[in-house]
Design a protein. Structure first.
Length: 216
C-alpha cells in the first residue's frame, strides 16, 4: 500500500527484513532532512515528509525491499528511540547480529555518483567516506547479501560482483568477504582491518562496533 509504520517485534523471532546502511553525520551536525523515530511514531503524513531528501531515500529502499518480497526494514534513523540512551546502546550492541540475521542489506553511497562516464564511479567508490567507517566493516563481514547503490539510487553491484573492489578498498581478505568465520582469522588480523576505520559520530560506538568483529 505504500504506508509505513513502526512495529516492535522480538529480535529472535523477527520476520525476514532488510537493513539500510549509509554515511553518518559528524558528531554535533544537524541533518534536518533526517526521518526520525519521533516522526514515525507521531504518524506524520507522507506529503509532509516526502519533501525531504531523506524520506525520498527511505521510500526508495522500502520499495527495493518490497521488490525482493520483504515487508520489514530496519533503518536506524527511524527505528531507534534516540531519546533513550538505553535503546541507543542496545541497538549498537546488537548491530553485528542484526546484520547477520538480515535477508538483505542496502548500502547507500551518497558521495558516489553513477553518472560518471567511462566507469569513473569505481574511483569514487574507492574514495567514499563510507569505507572509512567501522560500520562498513561490520556490513561486509556480517551481512550475507549486500547491495551497493549510488547517490542517485542506481545499483552498482553486490558483495559478490564487487568483491575485488571491496578487497582492494577495505583491505579485507576475500575469504572474509565470502563469509568465513571470524575465528578463522587472528585477533591481530581483525584489528588490522579496523585500524584505519572510525567508529562513527560517537566515540563510544567503537567498543560496540568491535564486539562482533572480535566475537565478544
Amino acid at each position: 500500500t505504500g504506508d509505513f509504520q513502526l512495529q516492535e517485534v522480538s529480535f529472535k523471532r523477527a520476520p525476514p527484513y532488510a537493513v539500510l546502511s549509509y554515511q553518518r553525520q559528524p558528531e554535533g551536525a544537524v541533518d534536518r532532512s533526517q526521518l526520525s523515530f519521533a516522526m514515525m511514531r507521531s504518524g506524520c503524513e507522507r506529503p509532509r515528509m516526502s519533501v525531504t531528501h531523506r524520506f525520498d531515500k527511505f521510500e526508495f529502499y522500502t520499495r527495493r525491499a518490497a521488490s525482493l518480497g520483504l515487508e520489514y526494514c530496519w533503518f536506524d534513523m527511524c527505528c531507534i528511540d534516540d531519546s533513550s540512551a538505553a535503546r541507543i546502546d542496545e541497538a549498537a550492541c546488537d548491530e553485528f547480529t542484526r546484520l547477520q540475521s538480515a535477508t538483505e542489506c542496502f548500502v547507500h553511497l551518497a558521495d558516489v555518483p553513477s553518472s560518471r562516464a567511462g566507469g569513473q564511479w569505481e574511483a569514487e567508490f574507492r574514495r567514499s567516506s563510507y569505507f572509512r567507517s567501522l560500520e562498513s566493516l561490520q556490513v561486509v563481514l556480517a551481512a550475507s547479501a549486500v547491495e551497493f547503490f549510488s547517490a542517485e539510487g542506481h545499483l552498482l553491484g553486490n558483495k559478490k560482483t564487487l568483491e575485488t573492489l571491496l578487497h582492494e578498498t577495505m583491505g579485507v581478505p576475500r575469504q572474509a568477504l565470502r563469509g568465513a568465520e571470524m575465528c578463522t582469522f587472528s585477533v591481530d588480523e581483525r584489528m588490522g582491518w579496523a585500524v584505519s576505520k572510525t567508529a562513527g559520530p560517537n566515540e563510544e560506538d567503537q567498543a560496540y562496533a568491535m564486539q562482533g568483529l572480535l566475537g565478544v
